[in-house]
Write a new protein. Structure first.
Length: 113
């Protein structure tokens, strides 16, 4: 499944602001996949629970949902320059970037602002 930086940003922003975001541009499966990636990479606090059909149910800790990596990624994804860098890198590797790699890139990007 394709990875969408814009969807990662919307999910993280929604949890940080405790406010519903417009996610109508993506399917429920895409949203769940992105939440699963954020949980498994320790950007969001929660659990990704596998189901028998191979899909996942993701449960997020609503009281304190973002780990430090989630805040870093959110801050970087809010930067247009970082989004362009992510898209360029994704194009070079022929797909999306892993979230841990994006977090490392976010750290370097934020240090250079």
């Amino acid at each position: 499944m394709k990875r969408y930086p814009e969807l990662l940003l919307a999910i993280l922003k929604g949890y940080e602001e405790d406010k519903e975001q417009d996610l109508t541009s993506w399917t429920p499966a895409e949203i769940m996949y992105h939440k699963q990636m954020l949980v498994e990479s320790k950007a969001l606090r929660g659990q990704a629970i596998p189901l028998e059909d191979g899909s996942y149910v993701v449960s997020i800790n609503d009281k304190c949902p973002l780990y430090e990596e989630g805040h870093l990624l959110l801050n970087a994804l809010n930067s247009e320059g970082f989004n362009n860098k992510i898209k360029t890198m994704a194009g070079k590797v022929g797909g999306g970037l892993a979230i841990p790699l994006m977090v490392e890139m976010a750290k370097k990007h934020l240090l250079n602002l």
